[in-house]
Design a protein around this ligand. Structure first.
Ligand SMILES: [Fe+2]
Ligand SMILES: [Fe+2]
Length: 199
């Protein structure tokens, strides 16, 4: 990122809701993971931008976008998993998967705590008054970077474990009827109906 942060390419919090059907809920979960990856990438680029370009309007906008995503969409996503993905795995036969699920739930709590710290840094960026010529922005301390990078590291490992182990295992355990119920619950908790769209 050398000039502006491409926040317009990031998209808004939430899910694009596909047509209702037994495959829909995991499509929605996958789409959420893709958005999280983009937001973690934006956190990384934001830090570089602050050092190279200072705390300008595009940096403040990027900080707002990341806060909006993790304030609104991430808690819904964690709840999706704790309501629909993890329970069938805990009731299943695979001891290694059960141990992983326990860790994934602990991760959620740890990520919530890490988000408080990361968010405070982003709020500082978002609230910073523009000061032309202030490069690099000395407001970004090493401790700020540790908070942002700790949050991103936790999330990245968590996404890998879910994508590679938990989601494939859960897909194999859920019936079409259960998947449809799951899909309906996920959409209804977002106040959307099948075939509508929430950006
Ligand atoms: Fe998760
Ligand atoms: Fe997830």
């Amino acid at each position: 990122m050398t000039s502006a942060i491409p926040v317009s390419a990031i998209g808004l919090p939430g899910h694009h809701a596909p047509a209702a059907g037994y495959e829909a809920p995991f499509e929605m979960l996958d789409a959420c993971h893709e958005r999280v990856e983009r937001m973690l990438g934006l956190i990384q680029r934001l830090q570089q931008h602050l050092v190279e370009q200072g705390c300008d309007a595009s940096a403040r906008q990027a900080a707002q976008d990341v806060m909006r995503y993790f304030d609104l969409a991430a808690p819904l996503h964690h709840e999706d998993e704790e309501r629909h993905v993890f329970p069938p795995l805990m009731a299943g036969p695979d001891a290694a998967v059960k141990a992983l699920v326990l860790r994934l739930i602990q991760d959620h709590r740890q990520m919530e705590l890490a988000w408080v710290d990361a968010r405070s840094v982003l709020q500082t960026v978002a609230d910073h008054a523009s000061q032309p010529g202030a490069r690099p922005w000395t407001g970004l301390t090493v401790w700020h970077q540790v908070k942002l990078n700790d949050f991103a590291r936790l999330y990245r490992q968590h996404l890998d474990d879910e994508d590679q182990v938990a989601y494939p295992a859960a897909r194999g355990l859920l019936s079409e009827a259960t998947l449809l119920t799951m899909s309906e619950d996920m959409m209804s908790r977002r106040g959307i109906s099948p075939k509508s769209e929430q950006g």
